[in-house]
Design a protein around this ligand. Structure first.
Ligand SMILES: Nc1ncnc2c1ncn2[C@@H]1O[C@H](COP(=O)(O)OP(=O)(O)OP(=O)(O)O)[C@@H](O)[C@H]1O
Length: 263
């Protein structure tokens, strides 16, 4: 796989399936169907080009499972993830990928600067570029003045911004963010939305969220996921026209998912 910045980003999900075995062996029957098996993804196929995509779905819809499979933390039972037509694996893909997980334990004794330098080393960013890169990403998330504080003294919102800065290291072509605005105040949310919209011109950004307003005004398209299957993928105005004429994305969400969860 090449890390060729001139190559047009393309992420393909080809019929991804994943079931979890529940810890009750006697109840297990046929894979994916028995009462001891939880089917989390039931054949997800999708191709994305440059742009910002919202991944919306209620609790249990399969968003985290899908993200973990794309980012390589979990293997699918079947199906494949492709980057520009090649299997999305190995160091080549790690350089292309920036991932901000939902939760992450941070070392309280580290400073923000040390944490970012450590993450830069894990991403194999050349040592001579690290301090410039740390300055660039911390500036982008408005954390440049806080880098020498210890993480134990960071607020929840600052930790969230630090994780985002870490995902931006190396200027990745594919950025995957799981609930990125959790803990951010309204001003920081708007700032993050603007930043993501600016960055989406030449890369793929996938934002999994419950917060409809995070993606409503900035997403090129929204992916609606329910019970491990894609219900629809379309720009917000099209979804509104189909599911909630005269309304907004929140009305689409309620119309498609109702009040229940996604299981
Ligand atoms: N390790 C696991 N073992 C068993 N079942 C699991 C496991 N992880 C997820 N599941 C189940 O798989 C389904 C999809 O879960 P997943 O976490 O991917 O959904 P989600 O859309 O991310 O939900 P949320 O919005 O609550 O984070 C759910 O029914 C969940 O209970």
């Amino acid at each position: 796989m090449q890390n060729d910045k001139a190559e047009i980003p393309a992420l393909t999900l080809d019929d991804l399936r994943k079931s979890y075995l529940l810890p009750r062996p006697l109840l297990r029957k046929k894979a994916g169907t028995g009462p001891g098996v939880k089917r989390a993804l039931a054949g997800v196929s999708l191709t994305l080009g440059p742009g910002l995509y919202g991944l919306l779905g209620p609790n249990g819809a399969g968003k985290s499972t899908l993200i973990q499979i794309i980012t390589g933390g979990l293997a699918p039972d079947s199906g494949e993830v492709l980057w520009c037509g090649h299997p999305a694996r190995g160091i080549g893909f790690r350089r292309i990928l920036g991932y901000m997980p939902q939760q992450q334990g941070l070392y309280d004794s580290y400073t923000g600067r040390r944490f970012l330098a450590y993450m830069a080393a894990l991403k194999e960013i050349p040592r001579k570029s690290v301090s410039e890169e740390v300055a660039r990403v911390s500036q982008a998330v408005n954390l440049a003045g806080e880098l020498d504080k210890r993480l134990g003294a960071y607020s929840g919102g600052m930790k969230q911004r630090l994780l985002l800065a870490s995902a931006l290291l190396g200027n990745p072509r594919l950025l995957i963010l799981d609930e990125p605005t959790a803990g951010l105040d309204p001003r920081e949310r708007v700032r993050l939305r603007t930043l993501l919209a600016e960055m989406s011109a030449d890369r793929i950004i996938l934002v999994a969220t419950h917060v409809v307003s995070d993606v409503e005004s900035v997403a090129s398209k929204v992916v609606l996921l329910r019970a491990g299957q894609i219900v629809d993928v379309a720009p917000v105005p099209e979804l509104v026209e189909r599911y909630a004429p005269g309304g907004g994305l929140e009305d689409v969400y309620l119309s498609v998912f109702g009040e229940g969860d996604g299981r």
